[in-house]
Structure formats: structure tokens, C-alpha cells
Design a protein around this ligand. Structure first.
Ligand code: ZN
Ligand code: ZN
Ligand code: ZN
Length: 279
């Protein structure tokens, strides 16, 4: 499988609005951190999008993402879902052309219309409820030609699911809010993605232990009530013992180069937007 980081920044992004700090004004492209999301391609070709951050459209255009077979949401904080409406584009791409009468009202002379294909969207039951509340029009009934709303098939992620050859399991984590990470397994390789959390339970650690690659939340060095700080991230990385770890969801306290320096000599690296991991 391949795994691409679409964004690696904290909820306000880096650079943050109106900040002149050295990281926000850095010329290193790795210091431009969009809000977190990820895109995984199974060895069988099917793809999974994890989260729909506000810059989803820009990331999909930049990295040439045109196929999404399934969507998995970590939690309903806005930095992970505010690009949710852009799923409409994948409804259309995945849809089919249906012949129609060009003289029919609304057809505007067209001989076909596109019938969007609903997107399977895996999430915690609480997250599904929150998404319905935040975007009440998702479940509204629309006109036949209307692709005004994302068409979504919500699926409780409590049970494991698969996208092609990739098997996916949700892992509940503590973030002061209903939230999960995901373990992806494909052809003997495994990767866990935990973008947001401040604690991981012992049972969940057991399930995560020994993954090949771990992408884990690390906001900054100072403690934070709902995110992992460096010391706490490193503690979980030691316990989970992946071959390789990447930190994500960083704020503007440190540049990519500074993170690299701090993590030198470990199996941990800062992720950056666009980084693609093949395993
Ligand atoms: Zn977040
Ligand atoms: Zn700044
Ligand atoms: Zn969050």
C-alpha cells in the first residue's frame, strides 16, 4: 500500500493567519502545514481517504487524487471535516451517466444526467450523529439533477472493514471528544494513523503494537489538554514499537528542520504535506 499525508498541521494550519514567527514565514515548503488528512492506496488499487480537511480540494488537485473508493473519518472537529462537501466531486466521478429526455424540465438540452454514487463513509457512531447535526442537508432529499449535497452511506466503523486488499480497523483514542485512529493492513504490511489524541488506552496499545509505520499526533513540546506533546508522543511510540514513526498535527512552534534535529538518532521523523510512504 501507499500512504500520503495530505496535511500535517494543527487545527489553525501553518502558517497561521496573521503570524510573523520564523516558522510561519519560513521558505521551506515542508513548513507549510495544511490541516490533517491522509490518502491510502491499497496494493489492489482501491483507495481510502481519511478525513476531509478544509484544504481537501487543494490537496486532491495538487497530488492528482481522482479516485476515492471509501472515506473514513477520525472525528468531527472542523479541521478534519470542513471539506466534507468536496465529497460531491467523488460522487460524480464514481457515478454513472443516465440517459434523459433533453426537453425535460431542468435537462437544458442534455441527453444524459449524472447519477452520483454514494460514498461509503466509515466513522464512530457518535461521529456519524455529529456529522448529521453539523451538515443537516446531507440527509435531505434533493432533485434528480441536484448534486448539491454529498451523497453518503454512513457505516459504523466499530466492525473492521476493507477497501480492496486493505483491511481497516478503527482504534478509539482519547481526545476529549469522540475520536479514533485507524490501522491499515495490506499484504503483510501495517500502518496506524492517529492524528489527534492526548491518551491511548492499554487495550488499544496492544492492538497497535508492532505496526510497521505509526503516524501519531505531536502538537508541540509544551503539554496540551487534548493533544500529545513530544514527550508523551515518544512514550507511546516506545510502547507501540513501530519500525518507523512520523509525527503529525504540529503547530508553529518548530520548523521541519528543528523537529528533525530534535528527533535525530531516533526512528521518528516529522511528516510533511505530500510525503508518501510506500510499504
Ligand atoms: Zn485536529
Ligand atoms: Zn507562527
Ligand atoms: Zn481534534
Amino acid at each position: 500500500m501507499t500512504f500520503r499525508f495530505l496535511g500535517t498541521g494543527t487545527s489553525v494550519g501553518v502558517p497561521q493567519i496573521g503570524c510573523d514567527c520564523p516558522v510561519c514565514t519560513s521558505r521551506d515548503p515542508r513548513d507549510k502545514r495544511r490541516r490533517c488528512g491522509a490518502f491510502a492506496t491499497a496494493s489492489s488499487g482501491q483507495t481510502l481517504l481519511i478525513d476531509t480537511p478544509p484544504e481537501l480540494r487543494l490537496a486532491c488537485v495538487e497530488y492528482g487524487i481522482r479516485r476515492v473508493d471509501a472515506l473514513a473519518i477520525t472525528h468531527a472537529h472542523m479541521d478534519h471535516i470542513a471539506g466534507f462537501d468536496d465529497v460531491r466531486r467523488f460522487n460524480t466521478i464514481n457515478g454513472r451517466k443516465v440517459p434523459c429526455d433533453p426537453s425535460a424540465p431542468g435537462a437544458n438540452g442534455r441527453t444524459f444526467r449524472v447519477e452520483g454514487k454514494p460514498m461509503p463513509c466509515h466513522a464512530l457512531p457518535e461521529t456519524i450523529e455529529q456529522l448529521h447535526r453539523i451538515f443537516p442537508y446531507i440527509s435531505a432529499k434533493g432533485g434528480e439533477n441536484g448534486l448539491f449535497r454529498p451523497q453518503i452511506d454512513f457505516i459504523d466503523n466499530t466492525a473492521p472493514f476493507s477497501t480492496g486488499s486493505m483491511n481497516v480497523e478503527a482504534v478509539r483514542v482519547e481526545h476529549g471528544f469522540p475520536c479514533c485512529g485507524y490501522i491499515l493492513r495490506d499484504g503483510g504490511a501495517s500502518l496506524a494513523y492517529i492524528s489527534d489524541c492526548h491518551a491511548i488506552g492499554d487495550e488499544e496499545i496492544e492492538r497497535l503494537r508492532g505496526v510497521d509505520v505509526l503516524a501519531i499526533n505531536c502538537l508541540r513540546v509544551r503539554e496540551h489538554p487534548t493533544h500529545l506533546s513530544l514527550e508523551r508522543s515518544l512514550g507511546y511510540i516506545r510502547r507501540i514499537a513501530p519500525k518507523k514513526a512520523y509525527i503529525v498535527h504540529m503547530c508553529h512552534d518548530f520548523s521541519h528542520a528543528q523537529w528533525q534535529e530534535m528527533l535525530a538518532g531516533t526512528n521518528v521523523e516529522p511528516a510533511y504535506d505530500g510525503l508518501e510512504v510506500k510499504l
